[in-house]
Design a protein around this ligand. Structure first.
Ligand code: PMP
Length: 359
């Protein structure tokens, strides 16, 4: 039974389910459902949070210190950096800035589950282009889906939840096919985990001057382990980021979050050491799953994808019963984050029995 709201709600919003988060885990289970970093925060980050005083004052709305530090880190100017309360909030700002009713936004599917909702919230129409072989972006089909109504294209690399990257050569060829004034959002939330040498890297090899229509999104949530503090950033042309700043909910990045992100940047070597360990663990997990008979797409993030099809919900329940909370996408597959070493062992044990019962 549906019950109407007592006031008028935009119909597309009334029909939109709220964002569904990966399931929480009790103390007995490993939480492998949200691609989080299993490590505890660095002592320096805890100390930075403790020392940040003044919660009776608003934070710096522009996060100037963090923008400055990221500008130095990536060789851009501070106005070519924008900070948001998680990169998902910057995605939303870009959608609102670029598109409205009658406009289209193209992205691959399956990909990050927040995309369709953010497009609909902007009032625009999502155009979902099925992934190609190997659960990879089909960039030819995506370029072909661009029309004169398209206002943005989102490319997620490594693709959440399936894992493969887009290569630099593929991305260059894709850009060459697109109108130069079409916004291209390169969502690189998992970039630091990538070990594939041919992968596109929006901050190492793509220049803002050469590609002023490309905005690169990164986050402190994954490799830097600050998911709970909500800090993400975009690097791109000042005019595009000014538009994102204009659609942002003001003051949503807290002083604590900015300070923790600054401290994490300073401790980057130590954090990237952890990233290296997680990537090695991921490769071991993927290889062992393939040995068990699973067809695992190239895994370049901090997660692996099991194509469980019609058995997905049953299989996810078996992982849960075994003490591993995973992320099922009904009818399609299961995404498992690379967690603690013991979690990997547990996943492998359960996966070995699940694979035997798949058709
Ligand atoms: N992009 C992708 C592809 C993601 O998987 C996520 C998080 N699951 C985000 C963006 C958003 O991350 P955050 O808002 O924590 O920065």
């Amino acid at each position: 039974m549906t019950e109407d709201a007592p006031v008028r709600i935009r119909p597309e919003i009334a029909a939109l389910p709220p964002y569904k988060q990966g399931k929480q885990a009790g103390p007995e289970a490993f939480k492998l459902s949200s691609n989080e970093n299993p490590y505890e925060p660095l002592p320096a980050v805890v100390e930075a949070l403790r020392r940040t005083v003044g919660v009776n004052r608003y934070p710096d709305a522009t996060a100037a210190r963090l923008r400055q530090a990221l500008a130095v880190r990536f060789g851009v100017t501070p106005d070519e950096v924008h900070i948001g309360a998680g990169s998902v909030s910057i995605l939303s700002q870009l959608m609102l800035a670029a598109a409205g009713p009658g406009d289209e936004i193209v992205y691959a599917w399956r990909s990050f589950e927040a995309y369709p909702g953010l497009v609909l919230i902007a009032g625009a129409t999502p155009i979902e282009v099925p992934l190609g072989p190997g659960a990879r972006h089909d960039l030819d089909a995506m370029a072909a889906a661009v029309t004169d109504r398209t206002r943005a294209v989102i490319v997620c690399t490594p693709n959440n939840p399936t894992g493969p990257v887009v290569t630099q050569a593929e991305f260059d060829a894709f850009l060459a096919k697109l109108p130069p004034d079409l916004l291209v959002i390169l969502d690189e939330a998992y970039a630091e985990f990538v070990t594939e040498p041919d992968a596109v890297d929006g901050l190492r090899r793509l220049g803002i001057a050469d590609h002023p229509n490309v905005v690169v999104l990164r986050t402190f949530s994954k490799a830097y382990g600050l998911a709970g503090l909500r800090v993400g950033y975009a690097i791109g042309h000042r005019r595009i980021l000014d538009a994102a700043r204009s659609t942002a909910v003001p003051l949503s990045v807290t002083a604590q979050s900015e300070e923790a992100a600054l401290t994490s940047l300073q401790a980057e070597d130590e954090l990237l050491e952890r990233v290296h360990t997680i990537a090695a663990r991921r490769d071991r997990l993927a290889a062992a799953l393939r040995t068990q008979g699973w067809d695992i797409p190239d895994a370049q993030g901090n997660f692996v994808w099991l194509a469980t099809g019609g058995q997905t919900m049953d299989a996810a329940a078996r992982f849960e019963d075994g003490g591993c909370i995973v992320r099922p996408f009904a009818g399609d597959g299961i995404r498992i984050s690379v967690g603690e070493e013991e979690a990997v062992e547990k996943v492998l044990q359960i996966a070995a029995s699940v694979v035997e019962d798949l058709p």
